[in-house]
Ligand binder design. Sequence first.
Ligand SMILES: O=C(O)CCC(=O)C(=O)O
Length: 469
Amino acid sequence: MYASEQCGGAPCSAELQAADSQGASQDPSAQTAFRIAEKRYQLHTEQVFKQRGGRRVSKGFVVRQTDFSDVLDPQPGGLLPPGVTHQGVPSGMPPTAAAFTFAAHPGLLLVRGALQPELQRQLIMDAFTRFCEPPNHTNHTRAYSAGLPGIWAAAQRGLRLQPAAAAAAQPASQQQAKIGAGRAADVVACAAGCPPVDTAGSCPAPAASSEGSTPAGAAAAAALQLPLWSRDGSGPPAAGLLAKLRWATLGPPYDWTQRLYLRNVPHTPLPPALHQLAVALAGLAAQLANSSDAAAPGGGPASCGGQPAAAAAAGSCANDSPLLQFCPDAALVNFYYEGDTLNGHIDDAEPSLAQSLVSLSLGCDAVFLMGGPTRDTPPTPLLLRGGDAVVLSGPARRCYHGVPRVLADAGRPQAAASLAASNGSCGSGGGSGSATTGCEAQGGEEDAFAPFARHMQRCRINISIRDTR
Ligand SMILES: O=C(O)CCC(=O)C(=O)O
């Protein structure tokens, strides 16, 4: 499901509501146990006042203190809360990785440190420079159907959108209407400058591109020939558009109107590294479900996708049983900033919920709520850090979950600083406005990751990887 900008605690868009498998009877604003927990951890600001000349005047807004003491933060070697079990990880995983299962949530697997720092850095850079590039869909595709290629570089250089190029792109309403009417091939295809296209393991190849095959496609492709960004353009600044980037899709994009994955629109396949990692993690979840009584009640291995971790590490989708074949081919990349939330939901768009969903965290910490099959089950709050992975398999795959809070610098300064340190990248440098970022190499030159490290001090990226076949 897509992340949303904070809208006073209510769902911000039709997409959020449509994503709820339970419909109106499960109104996300109803006072369920899940909703109460969401409100408890969400960022709340309060207006403060002072008296001046006998009048009450606003002093501005302050963040209300949140009590995070109930948020589980299992660590290897640490004292574990009842019902949380530290599990071994296979040799293919980073040596610092630590896996945890939860008696209250069969099928939920948390792997702390599942992503090596180098992979974290690569995925962060890819998220801003490749994953959000056309032909992949983003939340900007509605307004700019040709996409916003080069948005990260343009934002770094202080450029603005060229009005001519922006105007040549299809307006949102037309684009969506076409997709809704089943004319998905009208979506603009990838033009020059697109990221290289990878092949994803042994999964089926994506549908061929239909670049410029229709008037709409041709117009949008023509728009890409114009310089999209310029210093003196009168369109919106790239930095503002980047700040509003909330999601991007890898593999077939999901159409909320039709409630199906669009296989025939151009897209880049799921990168092999993500495919392999997801298969390995789902394999570990399946193995643990097989071996642990704690993970079995109420579900067990039969409802849990995956394969032995050793086979999974090889990146193969092959499996004797079609029921157990986990072959991820799509991902949703969510970008969160402080105040953004992901309301409680069940991911039910995929044809088989017997297959796991593998979710990777990058950047700032977040509070993740793991609930039950209805919103009435009180959820367990878990702290997710950059580099962690969560697998929803078996019964947990059909359970409510969400992200009520992202802990950027202002919310939890130590967490943001340790994120940068654990990424092996830059220190926080004292926050924005600091003269030094901690990212400079010895000779004074910034490394390529430095601008991303600065951005990630207030950003969280989640990549949720799915099998949509
Ligand atoms: O951001 C997260 O950790 C959860 C993402 C998620 O639940 C989703 O994409 O459906």
